[in-house]
Design a protein around this ligand. Structure first.
Ligand code: NAG
Ligand code: NAG
Ligand code: NAG
Length: 494
């Protein structure tokens, strides 16, 4: 494993700067454009029904499917509230699934948000905190997205989205003794980002140490020594696993604190060698408020004409000897079946989500190499667009998102080993062309069926029946805690 400081260390600085720029400034412009379009437009037309929506895309099969889908939707319970009321009456729906959310002092979450103007020296992140952490509605002038549910979300913005979603969890309890798991709403990612550049180690660690001090003094901690607790950072584990107390080493040491090692820690990318941290999907731009928004989007992606065999959207890493990205750019550029969106620093088109989302929607396979770390938000953007991801490293997805992606990797993705690209004797075009069209279409369908499990629903409302990324995460955490509880009791009994 190429475990190195390079993954979180100094070498990522220019990339992080670039990413930060990439993920922020343009939205202001886009939001401005969006607003000016809205101002000039007539009042919004009534929501078209599912069938209307697809009729314009054509396709009898699709229409029949949608009629069935609408029929299914009609049969659903009218709203979650009615279901919850019934559930409360039935009582046992929540048994064994209750979650207790710690009421942390505001310095661990709300106060950090207030500081959003200062997180980075070069941009103001406050705009990303609007709409429950989703950000501003995305510009949809060219129709690459649906009218509802799409936001210019920061890829490292999960701290707030996840917390907001947890507050909507259907089985919350005020009684920690009934809880199957305890959520700690510390904004660990937003905390560390304030200190990643130029702060000394004690400043970087201060909030984490205070948190541990607070938590371990609470009665809830004593029940299982914190093993029923879970906490999230919307960044990668590389920002939280500093090995020494050297001021120049990257990140804080949250993940290495003994108390935190008792907890379940969630990141958008875990380390390959620790067992108490788990990866959850990056947030994408899609945050549906209703089941129907998801079904409509899936149906739209099923109907897409995929004219490109493959696509690479991204930049090269000239300073990184391990990077295979220049090979991908070269191979893609040389193939008439590949659409290349090459992102040089600060390139405007690459700052606009619809640029690549539109291309992904018209492509069969999307290349997803590693960047500064193993994972990329782009893999989730691709899946959302119904584009089958091509991975080059197992840690880009397979060893990461075990709760959210199927074990059968070959059903939803293609794997080409980095070494084969580097040695120059594997043609990506040849590899992908060898996949028979009916198999490729089946993979596309599998990818589209994954969409519900990977999205973070709009935390201001509730999906009716669909389980989103948070529902799956909470189920998995509760399962893990159950096992740990059994182990502890087993040890106590013997
Ligand atoms: C770390 O930086 C803070 C703020 O600049 C300062 O107050 C503190 O003394 C420094 N600590 C060490 C150990 O250098
Ligand atoms: C971690 O959990 C174990 C029990 O599994 C407990 O003995 C230990 O004290 C806990 N550590 C902390 C820091 O609370
Ligand atoms: C690819 O190249 C490497 C190194 O040049 C070589 O060892 C390997 O056998 C080649 N693989 C194939 C399938 O040709």
């Amino acid at each position: 494993m190429e475990r190195s400081a390079a993954h979180g260390g100094k070498r990522s600085l220019p990339r992080l700067l670039f990413l930060a720029a990439l993920s922020a400034t343009p939205w202001l412009l886009i939001v401005y454009l969006h607003l000016s379009v809205l101002n000039g437009a007539p009042a919004s037309s009534p929501q078209p029904s599912l069938v209307d929506a697809v009729a314009s895309d054509g396709g009898k099969d699709a229409q029949r499917f949608l009629l069935e889908q609408e029929e299914r939707l009609r049969k659903l319970p009218p709203s979650r509230d009615a279901t919850t009321a019934a559930a409360a009456a039935a009582e046992d729906v929540c048994e064994g699934r209750y979650v207790y959310i710690h009421d942390l002092p505001s310095r661990f979450n709300v106060d950090i948000l207030r500081n959003c103007r200062e997180w980075y020296r070069w941009i103001n992140m406050c705009v990303y905190l609007s709409n429950g952490g989703l950000g501003e509605p995305v510009d949809n002038a060219d129709g690459a997205f649906a009218d509802e549910g799409w936001y210019a979300t920061d890829h490292f913005g999960l701290d707030l989205i996840f917390h907001s979603r947890m507050k909507q969890y259907e089985c919350l309890t005020d009684d920690s003794s009934r809880a199957a798991a305890v959520f700690v709403p510390f904004y660990a990612g937003f905390d560390v980002v304030q200190h990643l550049w130029g702060s000394n180690a004690s400043v970087k660690d201060a909030a984490s140490l205070e948190l541990v001090n607070w938590l371990t003094g609470r009665p809830e901690w004593r029940t299982m020594g914190g093993r029923d607790h879970f906490v999230l950072s919307g960044r990668t584990a590389w920002d939280h696993q500093r090995q020494t107390d050297s001021d120049s080493e990257w990140g804080n040491k949250l993940l290495r604190l003994p108390a935190v090692q008792n907890m379940t820690v969630l990141f958008v990318e875990k380390t390959p060698w620790t067992e108490h941290d788990f990866a959850v999907p990056y947030p994408t731009y899609f945050h549906p408020a209703k089941d129907a928004e998801i079904f409509q989007w899936q149906q739209r992606m099923r109907g897409m004409k995929r004219e490109w065999l493959f696509t690479f959207a991204g930049g090269t890493r000239p300073g990184d000897p391990n990077s295979i990205r220049h090979h991908l750019v070269r191979q893609c550029g040389a193939s008439s079946l590949c659409k290349l969106i090459q992102c040089r620093k600060g390139e405007r088109k690459c700052l606009i989500p619809s640029t690549f989302m539109r291309v992904f929607q018209g492509t069969r396979f999307c290349l997803q190499p590693t960047g500064d770390t193993y994972t990329r938000r782009s893999a989730f953007d691709a899946i959302l667009a119904g584009c089958v991801p091509v991975f080059f490293h197992p840690a880009s997805a397979y060893t990461q998102y075990k709760w959210h992606l199927p074990d059968e990797h070959e059903t939803y993705s293609v794997f080409i080993a980095e070494e084969d690209i580097r040695s120059g004797n594997v043609s990506i075009e040849e590899t992908l062309r060898r996949i028979p069209p009916h198999v490729a279409e089946k993979m596309t369908e599998t990818v589209i069926n994954l969409i519900p499990r990977l999205v973070y629903a709009d935390p201001r409302s509730k999906l009716e029946t669909v389980k989103d990324a948070v529902d799956l995460t909470v189920d998995a955490v509760i399962d893990r805690v159950k096992k740990l509880r059994k182990e502890m009791h087993g040890v106590a009994a013997s």
